[in-house]
Every structure is written in structure tokens, then in C-alpha cells.
Design a protein around this ligand. Structure first.
Ligand code: F6R
Length: 611
């Protein structure tokens, strides 16, 4: 974060870092310019709270001034220790830099600096930027940053200050996020609007390879060669309350409870005059008609939403759909051409693996449609079309409401394809949409299981491992349930296609091992239902403790369930929207009972901007 304006920079920056901490929490640091040639820096490994304790120790009045910057780190180069924390300074201590991303040619730059006699104080790639700026600085900070950026390879956001220009902050952006907040007599820089939403909702999107200089009166944007650039202003359409816990113990629980609203907002406005409308997308109906194959690329939870979508899109459009991990996609030379539609799903719109997959697809002339929750992020900017999930800010590091919103958005894409290609009659498309529209109420109903599931979570908190089983759309739900438990409770968890169990994993079953089974509806897919009951019998016979998520009123399942969690009856393809809810709550509660920070699991960060 960067700030210059009429308030004490330290307060503004610390408040901003509090709101950005979900993006990285290995260490934190601040720098403030006093306007009289002084630059004070404090940094501390660990959570922001450690930095605040350090500031109390040294006295906050040692960092006074109206210009400053701050950083929370997710470590890439160098362990999360004090000296690797940002901001970094040049050897004279007059320049301060914070950096996100990875400078890929840093070894060469570092060697060059060392050959010049510069002693580096940290193990990071980021520190090189401070020394490089010092080497070329000639009274114009923006010009110096531009020169340095032209030499840097990789992905980066840099924020830089110099004591000789105390009323300015200069920042640069390549493939890593950076937005400007425009206030009254103050200007902000941050990775995410959450950092300044308390002060202003007027924001400016920066593009690829751009440099911005902020002063209290405004901002100026150029490219890396100094050519002026017209940046795009936008209004943030949510307010501070959306980024606060609102009486909940942790953000994740609040976000789980916001799922009905997230779904409703994602669907709103997408059906008019009897047709699915994807108004934010720039693909013509003819483009959709020409599609002969769909790839869905994404990571983690977003990937699981894509796995769910595969079932629906294939069923509705009769197009082959492949869902692939973005980090694998471009390295295996996938078969892509003009008639391939690549759907890139990303909550943040910044995930480096997904961004690179998008770039690869576009190089191969495929059309790319992004599904994204962050206005103006890099992935939608580089895609042919975008469909936003309007889930609001998601602060808990584990994705919840955006998972459900991604499924809904994927379904809109599937229905739009079916409509354009004529594989569904208009009344069928309308019926599917109406069923989707009924989902916020169904998810609200599913939230009625929260107390029961929290109690179960406490009971299971000492387990060594938990397995998750599902079939058809229940399979990706099982994978997602296992991912949530791994990332939050640090517990061994695996999701399996229930039919696959007998081909190996059944050997894992032992007495009292908890196994969560996501049941299909007995009415929707009777054959799947009976097969899954047989799979449960097989594990029960081997001593498993079964936790069964089943449709309300499904009595046949009762003898198979040591714990039965009932969710409302909904059409088969929509079941993931209700059956995921108890799995999210289960993971959060097990994590809480084990004493872990539900919102900030270890080793993770909300947005993964490195490959
Ligand atoms: C898990 C989780 C991650 C993300 C993944 C992709 O709870 O949050 O697995 O889903 O890192 O992130 P986005 O959607 O921002 O591309």
C-alpha cells in the first residue's frame, strides 16, 4: 500500500494493511517520510500484530509524516524473517521499496550489484529494485523507476519513495495487481481497493507495464517509456461493511452465510426477454455458435467449480468440455484453435497460473471468457470476454461464496452456449434459469445445518484423516470438501469418486475413520443413488464412521449414516450448491476447534500471483 495526503500516513497505511493482510501474512512493514529528509522504516516477521507491537515499542511518533507505504508479505525468495520483510532500502537509506511478485532475473541483477560493491541486506529479489533505483536516480523518481522496470523480468508491483521527493509515491505494475484510490487531498495505492474503501470509492485501474505517480492532488500514469497513458477510473460498488466481519467470529463464517446473496447477485440481470444475457461479455452469438470444444481452466476451488460445470455444459450443449488445472494447461500443448472456448475461472482475477493459461490460449487463437469476482483484474482484462460473479469481497483465504457464485456463472455460460447453438429450446433455457433463481432460497435453507455441522466438527476435531466420497457432480463437491479441510484444519483429507474406492483407496479405511459421503437425490439419478449406497456399505463393513449429506426426506439413506446431514431437494445439477455448504462449515469448525486461524491458514495467501 502507498499513501500521500493530509492524514498521518502511518495510521492510513496500517489500517489499509489490516484490510489487506489476507493477501499475505508472513511479515509486515511500513515506511514513512517525514518531509524533512527522514525516512523511518519498521518491519517485523509474522502477522501485522507483531509489527504493531514493535511500533508500540519504538513509539509511533518516530514515524510521522503524510507520505508512506506498507506491505504484508507472502514469502517467495527468502525466509519470513525480519530482514527479508519489506520495505527494503538502498544503501543510503533514502529510497524505500515494497514489491509483490517475482523478479525472475534477480540473480543476475544481484550479481551485478554485488560486483559494483553493493552489500545486500536481505535474501529477497525485491531488495535489488531499491539499489537499482538508487543507481539511476537523477532527481526524478518516476523516471528512475521507469528505467529500472525496463530491466526487470517477471511479475511485479513496486511502490517506491525517495526522501528528496517526499510528497510523491511512485508505483509500477506488470502482471501483479495495483489500483489507485482518489480521495480529497489524498491519494492511495494498493493491491486491492479494500485498503482504501474506508476513505474513497473512486478508484483507477492501472494497466500492464504502467507507472503511476501519486501526489495529494491526484495521479499521473505513463508507460515504462514515459508516454502518458489514459487510465480507467471506476467506482467501487461495495462499501466498508462488506469488508468487515459484521459480528461473526471470522470472515469465513460470514461469507458462508452470504452465499444466498452472492448467488442472487451473480444471477441478477442475466435473463431478459426470455433469453440469457451475458452483457459483460464481448463474444457475439455467432462466436458461441462456432464453438466446437470448451476448456475450463482454473486452480484450487475455482477448478472444482469448473469440474462441476463440465457436467452441466456437456449435458446442455453436447459440446466436449475439458476441465484442467491452469498450472498444467500450457505445459502440455493442448489442442486449441479459433473455435475453442476457454473459460478461465478466478475469484481474484490475478492467479498467475490461470493468467498464463489465458495468455497461452489467446496465443493459440482460442477465445477466452473469464469468470471473475474482481472488477478490472488482469485475467478479465486479458480475456475476450468476462462474466463477473458479484459475490462481493471475500476476505477469508478459503474460497466459499465465490465457489457457489462461480458455479452459477459457469451455468450461465452453459445456458448461453445452449441457447446460441440451439441445443436447448428457449422454454428449456428459461426453466433451467428459473431453477437457478430458486437456489438462493435453497442455500439459505441449507444454512439451517450450520449448528448441527459445527457440533459434528467439534466431535471430529481429533481425527487424523477424513475421506470424502461422491459420484457425478458430487465428486467435485467431495474434492472441494477435502481441500477445505486440508487448507484450514491441516488435516489429511482426500476426495474420491466413490466408484474408484475399490480400486485402491479402500485400503485406507480403518475402524472409526470418518468418511463424508455426498449423496445424489434418490429421484434425480436413482442408479447413482443405489450405487453410492453400495459403496457406503463397503466402507461401513470395514469400520468407517459415515457422515452422509443427503436430500431431505431420503429415508433409504438413514441406515447407512452414522451422522445424517439433510439438505434441501434440488435438481441434480444444482446439488453442489447446497451440498457444499455443510462441508465448508465442517472444515471451518474443525479448524477452529483445533485452535487455528480460520481466515488465515498457514502458508497460504488469498491471491497467488506467482507460478
Ligand atoms: C481454496 C482457495 C484456492 C483458490 C485458488 C484460485 O479455498 O481459495 O484454492 O481457489 O488459489 O484462486 P482464484 O480463484 O483467485 O484464481
Amino acid at each position: 500500500m502507498g499513501y500521500t495526503g493530509h492524514r498521518p500516513a502511518l495510521d492510513v497505511v496500517l489500517e489499509g494493511l489490516r484490510r489487506l493482510e489476507y493477501r499475505g501474512y508472513d511479515s509486515a512493514g511500513v515506511a514513512v517520510l517525514d518531509g524533512e529528509g527522514g525516512l523511518a522504516v519498521e518491519r517485523k516477521a509474522g502477522r501485522l500484530a507483531n509489527l504493531e507491537a514493535r511500533l508500540d515499542e519504538v513509539g509511533r511518533d518516530t514515524l510521522t509524516g503524510g507520505t508512506g507505504m506498507g506491505h504484508t508479505r507472502w514469502a517467495t525468495h527468502g525466509a519470513p524473517i525480519d530482514r527479508n520483510s519489506h520495505p527494503h532500502r538502498d544503501t543510503t537509506g533514502r529510497i524505500a521499496v515494497v514489491h509483490n511478485g517475482i523478479i525472475e532475473n534477480f540473480a543476475q541483477l544481484r550479481a551485478e550489484l554485488e560486483a559494483d560493491g553493493v552489500e545486500l541486506a536481505s535474501d529477497t529479489d525485491s531488495e535489488t529494485a531499491a539499489h537499482l533505483v538508487a543507481r539511476v536516480y537523477d532527481g526524478d523518481l518516476a523516471a528512475a523507476v521507469r528505467t529500472v522496470c525496463r530491466r526487470l523480468e517477471g511479475a511485479f508491483t513496486l511502490v517506491v519513495t525517495h526522501v528528496d521527493e517526499p510528497d510523491k509515491v511512485v508505483a509500477a505494475r506488470r502482471s501483479s495487481p495495483l489500483v489507485v484510490g482518489v480521495g480529497d487531498g489524498e491519494t492511495f495505492l494498493a493491491s486491492d481497493v479494500a485498503a482504501f474503501i474506508e476513505h474513497t470509492r473512486d478508484a483507477v485501474e492501472l494497466g500492464q507495464d504502467q507507472i503511476v505517480t501519486i501526489t495529494k492532488d491526484g495521479y499521473e500514469v505513463t508507460d515504462f517509456h514515459g508516454e502518458p497513458v489514459q487510465a480507467k477510473p471506476f467506482q467501487v460498488n461495495w462499501d466498508l461493511s462488506a469488508a468487515e466481519k459484521g459480528g461473526h467470529d471470522y470472515f469465513m463464517l460470514k461469507e458462508i452465510e452470504e452465499q444466498p446473496e452472492a448467488l442472487a447477485n451473480t444471477l441478477r440481470g442475466h435473463f431478459a426477454d426470455g433469453r440469457i444475457v451475458l452483457d459483460e461479455q464481448r463474444l457475439a452469438d455467432q462466436d458461441l455458435r462456432d464453438v466446437d470444444k470448451v476448456f475450463v481452466v482454473a486452480c484450487g476451488t475455482a477448478y472444482h467449480s469448473g469440474l462441476v460445470a463440465k457436467y452441466a455444459i456437456e449435458h446442455w450443449t453436447r459440446l466436449p468440455v475439458e476441465c484442467e488445472l491452469a498450472s498444467e494447461f500450457r505445459y502440455r500443448d493442448p489442442v486449441l484453435d479459433r473455435d475453442t472456448l476457454v473459460v478461465a475461472i478466478s475469484q481474484s482475477g490475478e492467479t498467475a497460473d490461470t493468467l498464463e493459461a489465458v495468455r497461452h490460449a489467446r496465443e493459440q487463437k482460442a477465445r477466452v471468457l473469464a469468470i471473475c469476482n474482481t472488477n478490472g483484474a488482469q485475467i478479465p482484462r486479458e480475456s475476450d470476454a468476462v462474466l463477473y460473479t458479484h459475490a462481493g469481497p471475500e476476505i477469508g483465504v478459503a474460497a466459499t461464496k465465490t465457489f457457489l457464485a462461480q458455479i452459477a456463472a459457469n451455468y450461465l455460460v452453459g445456458l448461453a452456449l445452449a441457447q446460441a447453438r440451439g441445443t436447448k429450446y428457449p422454454d428449456e433455457v428459461a426453466r433451467e434459469f428459473r431453477e437457478l433463481e430458486a437456489m438462493p432460497a435453497a442455500v439459505q435453507h441449507a444454512l439451517g445445518t450450520v449448528d448441527q455441522v459445527r457440533a459434528l466438527g467439534r466431535e471430529l476435531s481429533d481425527s487424523k484423516a477424513v475421506l470424502f466420497l461422491g459420484r457425478h457432480v458430487g465428486f467435485p463437491v467431495a474434492l472441494e470438501g477435502a481441500l477445505k479441510l486440508k487448507e484450514l484444519a491441516y488435516m489429511h483429507a482426500e476426495g474420491f469418486a466413490a466408484g474408484e474406492l475399490k480400486h485402491g483407496p479402500i485400503a485406507l479405511i480403518e475402524d472409526q475413520l470418518p468418511v463424508v459421503v455426498v449423496m445424489p437425490s434418490p429421484k434425480g439419478r436413482a442408479v447413482l443413488h443405489s450405487k453410492l449406497l453400495s459403496n457406503i456399505s463397503e466402507i461401513q463393513a470395514r469400520g468407517a464412521r459415515t457422515i452422509v449429506i443427503a436430500e431431505e426426506g431420503d429415508d433409504t439413506v438413514k441406515p447407512f449414516a452414522d451422522h445424517l446431514i439433510e439438505v434441501p431437494a434440488v435438481p441434480t445439477l444444482l446439488q453442489p450448491l447446497v451440498s457444499s455448504v455443510p462441508l465448508q462449515v465442517l472444515a471451518a469448525e474443525i479448524a477452529r476447534s483445533r485452535g487455528y486461524d480460520v481466515d488465515k491458514p498457514r502458508n497460504l495467501a488469498k491471491s497467488v500471483t506467482v507460478e
